[in-house]
Write a protein that binds this ligand. Structure first.
Ligand code: CMC
Length: 381
């Protein structure tokens, strides 16, 4: 058993390995990401969000019958409980979508008779519900806040197609569905990132999946994590056009300000999730009349490459997902909810995996305050 003096202080847990996992492997130096051994680029090019989720949860790719059965299980859970729909109608129209998503993910527990059943079977059913219902609640909230009728989910559609259908109330094109699906595959899992680790801390107390995932949504919304893709778009809009990119970047770099969508705690090489997305984002931007935004992004990447590549700072997945979501016509404040929708797959998978060999997560604290301070009575202070 380790004693307090043997514990290593590790700010930000940068050098700490907290648990084992068979879900995703990251080599930050070489720029490799694999889901259960399958490299992310192959998955982005060939897989779907449903298939990648099956892979992450089951440790192998499904055959055709297994995939069809899994898709059916998910589709059967697209609908929201009536009580959650009532709650959505009560959310203020100007509420922040991430606060709303966090509240609504938590609210799903109120209408699930299995919320506190921590058997592995019930946890898998709840994981399916969480992955299937999160798109519905995001789309329903967006319709509600715009004063539009909520569109019921369509169980004949994939998660990506169904989400765009519910959000827009009109048929999405195949390119749009594919673009969203690629983003969902790329964001589904990523080791013990801050939100996944948050979900593990919660589940390690033997709490429940709804609590773990709503806490994870809270961690994801920060600008150093999931909020960065929104930050990228804010930056691109602030710059305005290509002629202003160089000057804007010069100022930012001189002031040593961080550029959203660059850098990563783990990757010190090109983020492998950004490679295919960059190519994909270009085609989509061209098709949707957003090429100038893509060109600006490319110029920012060139400037950053010259300035900070030697420090191991490259574009991360959020840099090009920003232009992708924008080209899909998504509101800026829905970018991070898209991340949550996808990462729900990773959060639930990791929680279920962690519970197989649970250990309460409880690090030590390096106390740096005073000792033996006398208690002075209130009247004497
Ligand atoms: N722009 C400019 N300089 C940067 C950036 C950036 N985006 N990121 C890191 N640096 C510099 C930083 O200034 C520091 O320089 P110095 O050593 O001279 O002080 C050095 O690189 C190390 O930075 P750090 O913030 O201490 O490193 P970290 O491992 O704690 O940071 C990070 C990782 C993701 C928080 C950081 O790179 C960052 O803030 N990036 C911008 C936000 C962002 O895009 N986040 C999305 C991450 S990918 C999606 C996800 O997984 O959530």
């Amino acid at each position: 058993m380790s004693t307090a003096t043997e514990k290593q202080f590790d700010q930000g847990l940068v050098n700490t390995i907290a648990a084992e996992t068979q879900m995703s492997f990251i080599d930050g130096e070489k720029g490799i990401l694999e889901y259960v051994g399958v490299d992310i680029d192959s998955l982005a090019r060939n897989s779907t969000f449903e298939e990648s989720t099956y892979l992450l949860w089951n440790g192998r790719l499904p055959n055709a019958a297994e995939l069809a059965a899994f898709e059916q299980q998910l589709r059967a859970e697209y609908e929201l409980p009536a009580g959650v729909l009532d709650m959505i109608r009560a959310v203020p129209a100007d509420a922040s979508p991430m606060h709303t998503v966090q509240t609504l993910v938590s609210s799903l527990s109120l209408f699930d008779a299995e919320a506190d059943d921590d058997s592995p079977e019930a946890n898998i059913r709840k994981a399916i519900r969480l992955v299937a219902k999160t798109p519905t609640l995001i789309a329903a909230f967006d319709r509600h806040r715009k004063g539009k009728d909520i569109v019921a989910p369509d169980a004949n559609r994939s998660i990506a197609s169904n989400f765009l259908w519910m959000l827009r109330g009109e048929e999405p094109t195949e390119t749009m569905v594919r673009a969203l699906d690629v983003c969902l595959v790329l964001h589904a899992d990523h080791g013990f990132n801050a939100s996944t680790f948050t979900s593990l801390v919660v589940i390690s107390t033997l709490s429940d999946l709804y609590s773990a995932c709503s806490a994870a949504v809270g961690a994801l919304r920060g600008p150093l994590h999931g909020g960065a893709n929104e930050g990228v778009m804010v930056m691109l809009n602030e710059i305005g056009d290509m002629s202003k990119v160089d000057e804007f970047m010069k100022g930012k770099l001189e002031r040593k300000e961080k550029i959203m969508g660059f850098g990563h705690r783990v990757y010190k090489a090109y983020d492998p999730r950004a490679t295919y997305l960059k190519t994909f984002a270009e085609g989509l931007a061209r098709d949707t009349g957003n090429l100038p935004l893509y060109e600006m992004s490319k110029r920012i990447e060139e400037i950053m490459h010259e300035a900070v590549a030697d420090k191991g700072i490259f574009p991360n997945v959020d840099f090009y997902s920003a232009t992708t979501y924008w080209s899909l016509g998504l509101d800026l404040d829905l970018f991070t909810p898209m991340f949550a929708l996808s990462r729900m797959s990773g959060w639930t998978g990791h929680c279920i995996e962690y519970l197989k060999d649970n250990k309460l997560i409880r690090p030590g604290a390096a106390y740096v305050g005073p000792h033996e301070v006398p208690y002075v009575a209130l009247g004497d202070r």
